[in-house]
Design a protein around this ligand. Sequence first.
Ligand code: NAD
Ligand code: AKB
Length: 316
Amino acid sequence: MKTKILVTGALGQIGTELVMLLRKIYGDDQVVASDLVKKDIPQVVEAGPFAVLDVTDARAMAELVEREQIQTVYHLAAILSAIGENQPQLAWQVNMGGLFNALEVAREKKLALFTPSSIACFGPSTPPDQTPQDTIQRPNTVYGVTKVAGELLCDYYHERFGVDTRGVRLPGLISHETLPGGGTTDYAVHIYYEAIKQNRYTSFIAEGTKMDMMYMSDALKAFVDLMEADPSKLVHRNAFNIAAMSVAPEDIAASIRKFQPDFVLDYDVDPVRQAIAESWPNSLDDSAAREEWNWQADYDLDRMTETMLEALRKKL
Ligand code: NAD
Ligand code: AKB
């Protein structure tokens, strides 16, 4: 991979950890972090180059790429599912406008581009169990619509203009560094924080609602491995299903109880996020990623729970 890297949306849940990992692998000065505003996250904004960048501003993006001689973009800036349902116009503007600008600058300057899709690219008519790599995609959220359109647009830029676009369909990500930014799977992070703070959690997602989840370090490994993969072996490129675990709130609670036997889970279901969750698959078939670039998750639910509880006990 060409290693002068720009990360957009770098102060979000994924970006903060991705920037730290990329700097460890490729060098601090090689990775320019950027976000809409500068926040007090010293491990990102002080440990290497940082720029304020609104991804809907095409000229500002092109100027930053030129100034920093960027070769590869990890494009993360986006509005997630729950916020997207509250502000659909903003979600379209940021998710489609930002991606279009990133693809255009990639075309003009011959950059490689990684951008994540999501389990949100599927909808209620998608086969819900072991959802195949290539299947029905009729999402009913604006976030999901932008994710399908983004997958197709990235394929188009690869086929039409030869841009080296790559991406994965991420499950809900669970991490302890930065809180999630307004999605439906956020409960699966909050539950660990509340387990440490109060030994109980009230879930806004209902009992029995299975969704694919993944520990952050597995997702980051996928980002790096896919960008380093031999392009001649890639058939799908922009929308690889990747999977680690399919869990409902009570499964996470049962896993937490292996370490905190008195942990209490109850429910106060949010109808908006519940409807989104029910429209997404229960589990994904990730065999294409396994075959094309040797994808494999390291963390199952209990290993992740042990790691999350240990890290949050120190942090909180
Ligand atoms: P996040 O909400 O935590 O972070 C997104 C970042 O984008 C924020 O720091 C925000 O300030 C920034 N941003 C918003 N509007 C912007 C703009 N106009 N210009 C520049 N920056 C802007 O999200 P995340 O979880 O880190 O997600 C990153 C990517 O991964 C997104 O494409 C998201 O759809 C995808 N994804 C995330 C998950 C997950 O569970 N975290 C799952 C599936 C897909
Ligand atoms: C969300 O819940 O919106 C994200 C996602 C799965 O895309 N975490």
